[in-house]
Structures are given as C-alpha cells and as structure tokens.
Ligand binder design. Structure first.
Ligand code: GLN
Length: 483
C-alpha cells in the first residue's frame, strides 16, 4: 500500500479497493516502525489523522469524490496547525500550539486530506541540509550517512522513504527543489503569490513560497491544485484563476523551446551531474523539444544578494520572538532586557542567530545602501536576465544542485560552503518565478535532480514537461533500499 502515489490512492479509494482509514493505519504503523531511522517527523497527529480519514470515508460513502479526499499527507512544521505544535524546527517554538490553521492547511483539509503529522525542517527554514533543526538532523533514506537536503528535509525524507505519498513544503531559496533532488522526488516551487503564505511562519517574506513535494509530477499537480489560489488574508497572494493542473500534464512537447544557460556548466558543477543533465536534455529532445543555449549573465551575483536579502528579512520577521508573546521564555529574568536577550539567545540556534546578526547589520544605518540596496538592485538584474531569456525560450533547464547530497556534518564548520550549494535554486526566488526539480539519475547511489524554470504562473508547463519526461524515464520510480 505504501508504494502508491496520490493518483493511485485516489483511484483505489474511488474503486473502494481500500478505505482511507485502512491506508492511514498502515502508514502510521510504517512511520512508527521506520521513522526512527530518518527522523523525518517532529510531531505525529494520529488522532487527527484517524478522525479525518473516517470523515473522508464517510464523505465518499455519501457520494462525494475528489482526488485528495482521504489522501494522507503531512505538513512541514512551519505551517500553523490549530491546537497542534508548530515548532518551525526551533526550541523557540517547541511549546507553541498555533491558534489557527494556515490557509494551505485549511484548504487541503477541506479537500479531504488526512494529516499524519508535522515534518522536521531546518530551524526557521534556514539551511540546505536539515541539520539545524532543534529536533535533530534528518537522514537521507538513500544513504543514512548523508543529508536529505533542506530546509524541507523532513517532508522529503518521509516521502522518499514511502512513509506517505506527498507532503507540503516551502521554498525560500531552494528548500523544495533541493531536497527533492537529494531524495529522488519531484518538487515544485510555485510563482510567488500563487500559494497563500498566511499562517506559514515567515523566514524571508518576499522569497517564501509553499508548494508540493511528491514522487511524480502528476502528484505535484494534485497537491498544488489543493494549495493554490487567492487568499484575501495574504496581501501578496495574487488574484489569478487557478488552472486545472492535471489537465496540463498531457500536452505534447513538440516544438517546446528549452533554454540551457551556459553559466550553469561552470567549474563548480560535478561533471557526473553535468552528464546526467545532458542525458535528460537528449531525452526531452526525443520528445520533440528544441534546445537553445542561453545566458543568465548576472547569475554569479545571486548568492551574495540572496544572503543579504534573506537574512535582512529574517532579522525583521524573527524580532517577534521576544520571550513575551510566543514561545520560549528564559528562566528567572532579571529585567526586561535580560528577558529579551536570554530568551532569544537560548531559544534560537546558531545558524538562526548568525542570520539575524547578518541581517541586522545589512539593514543598519550607514550600511543599508552598501548592502541591502545593492542586493535589491542585483535582484532586479537577475529578474531581467530571466525576462530576456523567456523572450526566446519556454522553459529553462539545468541542474538543481551542483553536487549530490553531502555527508552529515560535512559543511557544519563552513556555512558559506553550504550557501554556495544554493547557486541554481535561489535565482528563481529572487525573481519570483516557478521552478521544479525532478529525478534525473544517480551518482554514487545518490539521487540527482534536473531543474526546470518557467515564466510567471506557468506551473502547468513545468508539470507538463516533467510528466512527459516521467512517462519516458523511470528514475522517479526507484525506491531506496530498506524502505
Ligand atoms: N538554503 C537556503 C537558506 O538557507 C534556502 C532555504 C529555504 O529555501 N528555506 O536560506
């Protein structure tokens, strides 16, 4: 049962081959048995899951249908869930039970999904390895000595280990696509504004975007359908109709113009990954796509710009965690100043503190023009590069990451080394564009992802290309040994 995709589950439930309750019990048992190896969950919500599963079964018995009705999922632990711990992977929020559901959570619940639990993540979504969680590192099911990627490492590891078919995730600089690449999944970061951020605890508000992590493009289409749409509670949510993503999967790729940026194949890229990317390009050419070399000349400036903008926004967003209103409060504060500084000093981990300090520095009077303003100008150049490229091509293709998943601990002493691994993913966040990562092969037994980028609101095009690719390849069907 645990090998089924969301699409297969939907068919099985519709054909009454099994009930949502049976499936939910099977997966909960599997999580209890296998999750200790990978640590992908922070909280399990068994009671809620069984209640939702029974309710979904009852709705089906009453003649209701729907692709997500009775489908088990999990939420990254930064989506607020009413009455359930929403920790953001931090000691700061270990005792925080959200008073309301995030829009993504309530929309998916209304569609009939079953919430099995809340998944592990890098603390406040800061990281690329899921090692900064206060609840411990997540392990990659493909090799337990390697990281699963971050910050949505828990969602990715759980889906890769077949503990559940799909999960929600968020992507500020790659946190859906990079863990998808490291664990052989398909992950989609939608256009900024496509999915509501209301109730999604903010890291960097102008970059954060929620999206699906699943095994196939077909499943990403189903989950995105349940997440996307205008939300009056989120002023950056965009009031554009949501297309039928499943209907977009079957378009022909004949004549599709795929741009391959020459900057992507520079010295930092593992040559074995480069080979796999070229193989995937050939596969898409066989399906009718036309390949064109393009240039994204400002790409080299994107990492420094991102690592000014994201920490700047984080330093502002995280100022609300002060020991007074939410979360952790230090013992026996001497006075108010002591309460603030010790609550934050004890509640936040070192990576979060580093980001807050970098951000506060970049925003301070006297340095603002030199760092923050400059970074915003680079952001515009990065966006312009994409606008020029999309005048010539329909989709941009390249690697998702320069290297496969590294060993646990390998980059802990050198944060900049980890930041550099984000080189292919952060540009889409800076520009607000949609991006998808899909499985493209293996290096030393570790999965490799190929990334596709499209113009604003062309999620359907990304899903179409990925689905056609997945009909003709079988990388996405590979399962890690032991799971
Ligand atoms: N690795 C990037 C960072 O640490 C991206 C994280 C994310 O997308 N949430 O900021």
């Amino acid at each position: 049962m645990h090998h089924m995709t969301l699409a297969e589950i939907a068919r099985g439930l519709a054909d009454k081959k099994f009930s949502s309750e049976e499936l939910t019990r099977t997966l909960l048992a599997r999580i209890a048995q296998l999750d200790p190896q990978i640590n992908s969950f922070i909280s399990l919500t068994e009671d809620l899951a069984l209640a939702q599963a029974k309710a979904a079964d009852a709705r089906r018995a009453n003649g209701e249908s729907g692709a997500l009705l009775g489908a088990p999922i999990a939420h990254k632990d930064l989506f607020c869930t009413q009455g359930i711990r929403t920790s953001c992977g931090s000691k700061m929020l270990d005792n925080f039970k959200a008073p309301y559901d995030a829009t993504v959570v309530s929309k998916l619940a209304a569609a009939g999904t079953v919430t099995l639990g809340k998944t592990n993540m890098d603390e406040f979504a800061m990281g690329s390895a899921n090692e900064s969680s206060w609840y411990g590192a997540v392990k990659n099911p493909w090799n337990l000595e390697h990281v699963p990627g971050g910050s949505s490492g828990g969602s990715a590891a759980a889906v890769a280990a077949r503990l559940l078919p799909a999960a929600t995730a968020t992507d500020t600089g790659g946190s859906i696509r990079q863990p998808a690449a490291f664990t052989n999944l398909t992950g989609l970061k939608p256009t900024y504004g496509r999915v509501s951020r209301w109730g999604m605890i903010a890291y960097a508000s102008s970059l954060d975007q929620g999206g699906p992590l699943a095994r196939t493009a077909e499943d990403c289409a189903l989950l995105l359908q349940g997440m996307a749409g205008f939300d009056p509670n989120d002023s950056t949510s965009i009031d554009e109709p949501v297309p039928d993503y499943s209907a977009s999967l079957n378009g022909s790729l004949q004549g599709l113009r795929i741009g391959v940026p020459k900057e992507y194949f520079s010295a930092g890229l593992d040559p074995r990954i480069a080979d796999l990317i070229h193989t995937s390009i050939k596969e898409l050419e066989k399906l009718g796509a036309v390949i064109k070399e393009i240039s994204l000349p400002n790409m080299q400036h994107a990492i420094p710009a991102y690592y000014v903008i994201a920490p700047a926004e984080a330093s502002s967003n995280l100022s609300r965690f002060d020991g007074v209103r939410f979360g952790y409060r230090c013992e026996n504060p001497k006075d108010l100043e002591d309460l603030y500084t010790r609550s934050r000093g004890e509640g936040f981990g070192s990576e979060v503190q580093r980001r807050i300090m970098v951000g506060a520095y970049a925003l301070s009077a006297g340095y603002y023009d030199a760092y923050y303003l400059k970074a915003q100008k680079i952001r515009r150049l990065v966006k312009n590069d994409f606008m020029n490229a999309f005048n010539e091509v329909d989709v941009i293709l390249g690697p998702t990451t320069p290297n496969p998943a590294w060993k646990l601990g390998a980059k802990n002493s050198d944060p900049v080394a980890a930041y550099l691994e984000d080189v292919y993913t952060i540009t889409a966040n800076l520009a607000g564009l949609p991006g998808l990562s899909m499985p493209a092969g293996f290096v030393d037994g570790l999965p490799v992802g190929v990334q596709l980028l499209a113009p604003y609101f062309q999620e359907g095009r990304l899903l179409n290309v990925a689905h056609q690719y997945q009909l003709h390849t079988d990388w996405h069907t590979r399962t890690p040994t032991g799971f």
